[in-house]
Design a protein around this ligand. Structure first.
Ligand code: FEO
Length: 173
């Protein structure tokens, strides 16, 4: 059985994952309208992943005798200025999510809930991968600069930049 404090903290994370899904959905739509099909595809996929992160938490809370609460969500912005800025915002957002997961893990230790501590290790590992992926993309964007041909290739290839390839890129960092 989850403590009330931990149940509340998990519900807060459920909301953050749902809002993350909305943020990336808004980025996907912005990119699609700008004709950046590859970037849009990447963001639609990322939005789906966040929904999966949310669902995994909902199932866990309910399985442990809590009640996962579905709440209203903050509206994401709809204009991201430039694709460079948009990916910087994605990176910043993932850092925010990582900090939130760390706070949640801290609550499991305070509450001595080792089952939830164990469950959350999947999210801890996922955040390492997501941050690595976002950093890899930002590095590529820096290489492109304002080169239009570079943007064309980036948009064509961005969906191939997977968490796995990002992880192997950062080995030895
Ligand atoms: Fe669910 Fe991108 O963290």
């Amino acid at each position: 059985m989850l403590s009330k404090k931990l149940e509340d903290a998990l519900n807060k994370q459920i909301r953050i994952e749902a809002e993350s899904s909305q943020v990336y959905l808004s980025m996907a739509s912005w990119a699609e309208v700008k004709g950046l099909e590859g970037i849009a595809g990447f963001m639609y996929g990322h939005s789906d992943e966040e929904r999966m992160h949310m669902l995994k938490l909902i199932k866990y809370v309910n399985e442990r005798g809590g009640h996962a609460k579905i709440s209203d969500l903050a509206a994401p912005k709809t204009d991201f200025g430039s694709f460079q800025n948009m990916f910087q915002e994605l990176y910043d957002h993932e850092i925010f999510v990582s900090n939130s997961i760390n706070d949640l893990v801290h609550v499991t230790l305070e509450e001595k809930d080792y089952a939830t501590h164990n469950f959350l290790q999947w999210y801890v590992a996922e955040q390492i991968e997501e941050e690595a992926l976002a950093r890899t993309i930002l590095d590529k964007i820096n290489l492109i600069g304002n080169d239009k041909g570079g943007l064309y290739l980036f948009d064509r290839d961005v969906q191939q930049i997977t968490v796995e390839s990002a992880a192997s890129d950062t080995v030895g960092d």
